[in-house]
Write a protein that binds this ligand. Structure first.
Ligand code: NAD
Ligand code: WQD
Length: 332
């Protein structure tokens, strides 16, 4: 079976390509390298010992995408490509709406033309906004607070409308919680350019002394120690969830949405302390004001994915902290 992975050179896409190849799938990657590097493809080959096809193209380019579909005879798509920085999306909303929506609509049109109607889509826990009850189930109310989140919610709605119009489609919408960690080889992982927005990449840069200290955004939330609580999930577990989703869309028609998290919430201070203990490094920090738009706690109910996809996360917070640091140390 041949799977097209859009955004396959990125953080989650690259780990998913490894799992797909390890599970015997043929993989075709389309990525415009707007937030990744081509050498990821060589690294995926090195980890798996398998062949992988790569096209450096923008998936908003309908003609190119059409050519790729004609040539490759794709059976199913995993759609990661898109912009993902919340703060940037507030400053450049049109860039986010253009890229995330245009790429998705173009992809769906080309898939339709080639009668390829199986897709797994990367959504986000951000669509739950400020959750009213925890753990968050898939039927919780949806609400977005920034243009990035709104693109994810709009794409979910587009996919729902598409299925209503044509019941031949098989669609899995995956809402990821907070992916961290890296492949144990240390060859692929996440190391954003500049000053990171997210907690784990920031902690890693403090541990490697690239940044002086971490600012902890608030210690007066109603949580175990006052700092924000999130459901961190190892990217390799997340990647394995995509294999289960591909199996599901290959078998059953329909549209369904699944949370992919661990079901456990950890506070910022718990993450810092675990990171220090596992990696035996110091992570200096100071407490500062709350960050605008942050919520106190967010963690998933993963019962639906367990029941219908036969998937659950296996790797713990120690492994997440160890592998995040290992990747950056090896690639400094
Ligand atoms: P990433 O930026 O590392 O990967 C995205 C990839 O898509 C990049 O390689 C980029 O070059 C490519 N891309 C972007 N626009 C493109 C286009 N028009 N044509 C071709 N390629 C394009 O991001 P990631 O962390 O791997 O996230 C993957 C997906 O998961 C995204 O859709 C993101 O919104 C979603 N997601 C990520 C997180 C997270 O915390 N990392 C959480 C929830 C959801
Ligand atoms: C985690 C916790 C912060 C940085 C974001 C997106 C979401 C999804 C995942 C894509 C919070 C605290 C952080 C720092 C801190 N991405 N923190 N100091 O905000 O849960 O989710 O990434 O879909 O859409 O919004 O993740 O890693 O930024 O923050 O104290 O320097 O760490 O306040 O409690 P978040 P995060």
């Amino acid at each position: 079976m041949k799977v097209l992975v859009t955004g396959g050179c990125g953080y989650i896409g690259s780990h998913t390509c490894v799992e797909l190849l390890d599970n015997g799938y043929d993989v075709v990657v389309v990525d415009n390298l707007s937030n990744s590097k081509e050498n990821v493809i060589e690294k995926i080959k090195k980890i798996t010992g398998k062949k992988i096809k790569f096209y450096k193209e923008d998936i908003c380019n309908k003609n190119k995408l059409d050519e790729i579909f004609s040539k490759e005879k794709i059976d199913a798509v995993i759609h990661f490509a898109g912009f993902k920085a919340v703060g940037e999306s507030v400053k450049k909303p049109l860039m986010y709406y253009r890229n995330n929506l245009d790429s998705t609509i173009t992809l769906l049109e080309v898939m339709n033309k080639h009668n390829c109607k199986k897709i797994v889509f990367s959504s986000s826990a951000t669509v739950y906004g400020s959750p009213k009850k925890l753990p968050i189930t898939e039927d919780s109310s949806l609400h977005t607070t920034n243009p990035y989140g709104t693109t994810k919610l709009m794409i979910e709605m587009i996919l729902n409308d598409l299925y209503i119009s044509d019941n031949d489609w098989s669609i899995a919408i995956l809402r990821y919680f907070n992916p961290i960690g890296a492949h144990k080889s240390g060859l692929i992982g996440e190391d954003p350019n500049g000053i990171p927005n997210n907690l784990m990449p920031y902690i890693v840069k403090v541990a490697t002394k690239e940044l002086k200290e971490l600012s902890v955004f608030g210690n007066d939330y109603d949580t175990i120690d006052g700092t924000g609580v999130r459901d961190y999930i190892h990217v390799v577990d997340l990647a394995k969830g995509h294999i289960k989703a591909i199996e599901k869309v290959s078998k059953d028609k329909g549209i369904d949405t699944y949370n992919l998290g661990t079901g456990n919430g950890y506070s910022v201070l718990q993450i810092i302390n675990t990171f220090k203990e596992v990696n035996k490094v110091d992570v200096p920090y100071k407490i500062v004001e709350r960050r605008d738009g942050d919520i106190a706690s967010c963690y998933a109910s993963c019962e639906k994915a367990k029941k219908l996809l036969n998937w659950e996360a296996k790797l713990d917070i120690y492994e997440m902290c160890r592998d995040s640091y290992n990747y950056v140390k090896k690639n400094k």
